[in-house]
Write a protein that binds this ligand. Structure first.
Ligand code: UD1
Ligand code: CA
Length: 477
């Protein structure tokens, strides 16, 4: 048995009422199609390759991931998206079908994100038992509305699938539905080529009509029953939100089983590729997405959004931190209200505090920038302290320039570093300085007007103010 995976993703998804292609709708930060792709990829060497049927204009599938080991998605265009059988026919005209080695096709609706590898393994096992059979996946739903119903004869044998729109009143009461996951032998597909006609009501060619055809020809149809929570499809925004809730629950449960603490797992979103170490505590309203990896023993506060960010062990991420493509070293403390933009690397036990924005900023071990700073295109050495309100002026209106700050430097509050500029190890920058030239190691840099105090100046100012106030009072009388 040589099996190819096939994801059907060429439908127009009109019921979503959104310009976003349905199969690319985001679920926990990852496109919907990534989920069934991941389930297929989980079969590993059981599959020879994975194809995706896409609409005429193609689909930007670059954002669809299933981990590093997954075989790449091979797009096949369905020239006219005229139904799920039309999608299968698109395969026939491709070289995959003509020249490929597959004896079986594991065909999955691309809009079913809940499917898991174990379910697909069960289909493959059934296929091994009966290699000539068409294998269907069914499920018993309390509310079967919208799904194709499984028709059985009095002996309990499957005779066909009836789509919702074509059901009679009695058929509508059937709770056994088609899950949209099939294992189809090449011979069956080949035999039906060009022979399935469009449904008169919808004008679509239904893959589900294959079932009655196989039965009529005396072929074998086998079914495997799946739990409803592993087969729900997404056709509307409401269904998208429901499957998102189910996936959130599933993913968070997995992390809890591995020792992660969620204060409220219904209110923390964790994407399917995210890794979190044991002993880490997550507060509500946080969103960890993309390829974010969080170490063990961390505390992730409220409202934290981490995208493609690496967080070492024992890190404290305080409330309302946003980090994208950043790395936070072990034991560091970040936030509250910090914004780490791409290229930020926070050293071991470093601190990045309130209202600090960083971009391409590399901070050394135990470096500190605790308040109100912008640090862009900068390296900061170990143990250096960046005072409140420090700004790297990295942009002259045309180009970006770098700032290099050494180790054990003290940068006083309200300093501007006009790049390109460097500050040597152990230097001290006096508060309120504008650094426009390189500071040698160990130097003290100051740039401020000579301060002056005029002994009577203050009282003269106050008496003048009093006078003004009094004259205004007289006017009003
Ligand atoms: C389909 C099944 C239904 C089943 C349900 C399970 C058919 C005719 N009906 O209904 O029996 O209960 O799934 O969720 O198959 N697609 C294409 N090309 C097309 C049309 C669709 O690739 O021309 C893709 C879609 O992108 C989607 C999948 O096929 O991923 C299913 O299409 P959809 O229109 O959602 O089928 P349903 O009406 O949900
Ligand atoms: Ca569907």
């Amino acid at each position: 048995m040589i099996i190819d995976g096939v994801l059907l993703a060429a439908g127009s998804g009109t019921r979503m009422r959104s310009p976003v292609p349905k199969v690319l709708s985001p679920i926990l930060g990852t496109p919907l199609l990534s989920y069934p792709y991941r389930a297929l990829a989980g079969l590993g060497s059981l599959l020879s390759s994975i194809h995706v049927i896409v609409p005429p204009g193609g689909l930007p599938v670059e954002s669809v991931h299933a981990g590093r080991e997954a075989p790449p998605l091979q797009p096949v265009i369905q020239e006219s998206p005229d139904g799920t059988w039309g999608a299968c026919e698109a395969l026939f005209s491709s070289r995959i079908f003509l020249e490929g080695p597959a004896t079986h096709f594991l065909v999955l609706n691309g809009d079913g994100p809940l499917v898991e590898t174990a379910l697909l393994e069960a289909l493959v096992a059934l296929g091994r038992e009966d290699p000539e059979a068409l294998i269907l996946t069914t499920s018993l739903l309390d509310n079967p509305f919208g799904y194709g119903r499984i028709l059985r004869n009095s002996a309990g044998r499957v005779t066909g699938i009836r789509e919702e729109k074509n059901t009679s009143t009695e058929e509508r009461a059937i709770r056994e539905v088609n899950a949209g996951l099939y294992l189809i032998p090449r011979g069956i597909l080949h035999e039906a080529r060009g022979k399935i006609t469009a449904d008169p009501r919808k004008g679509e060619r239904y893959l589900t009509d294959l079932v009655a055809r196989v039965v009529a020809q005396g072929g074998s149809v086998r079914t495997h029953e799946a739990h409803p929570d592993s087969m729900r499809g997404v056709n509307t925004q409401e269904e998208l939100s429901r499957v998102t809730a189910l996936l959130r629950e599933r993913i968070n449960r997995g992390h809890m089983e591995r020792g992660v603490t969620f204060q409220d797992p219904t209110r923390t979103d964790v994407g399917p590729d995210v890794e979190i170490g044991a002993g880490t505590i997550l507060l509500p309203q946080s969103f960890l997405e993309g390829r974010t990896r969080v170490g063990s023993g961390c505390r992730i506060g409220m409202g934290v959004h981490l995208l493609d960010t690496g967080v070492g062990d024992g890190v404290t991420v305080r409330d309302y931190v946003v980090a994208t493509e950043a790395v936070i070293g072990p034991g560091a403390v970040v936030g509250p209200f910090a914004h780490l933009r791409p290229g930020t690397i926070v050293g071991r036990e470093a601190h990045l505090g309130n209202f600090v924005e960083t971009k391409k900023a590399v901070l050394g071990e135990r470096a500190k920038a605790n308040h109100l700073s912008y640090l862009g295109d900068v390296t900061v050495g170990d143990r250096t302290n960046i005072g409140a309100g420090t700004i790297t002026c990295n942009y002259d209106g045309y180009e970006k320039f770098n700032t290099a700050i050494g180790s054990d430097v003290f940068v006083g509050s309200d300093t501007q570093l006009v790049a390109p500029v460097s500050v040597g190890d152990g230097a001290v920058i006096a508060a309120g300085s504008t650094v426009v030239k390189d500071v040698p190691p160990g130097a003290l840099y100051l740039s401020r007007p000579v301060p002056e105090s005029r002994p009577e100046g203050g009282s003269r100012y106050h008496s003048r103010r009093e006078q003004k106030k009094n004259s205004r009072k007289k006017e009003s009388i």
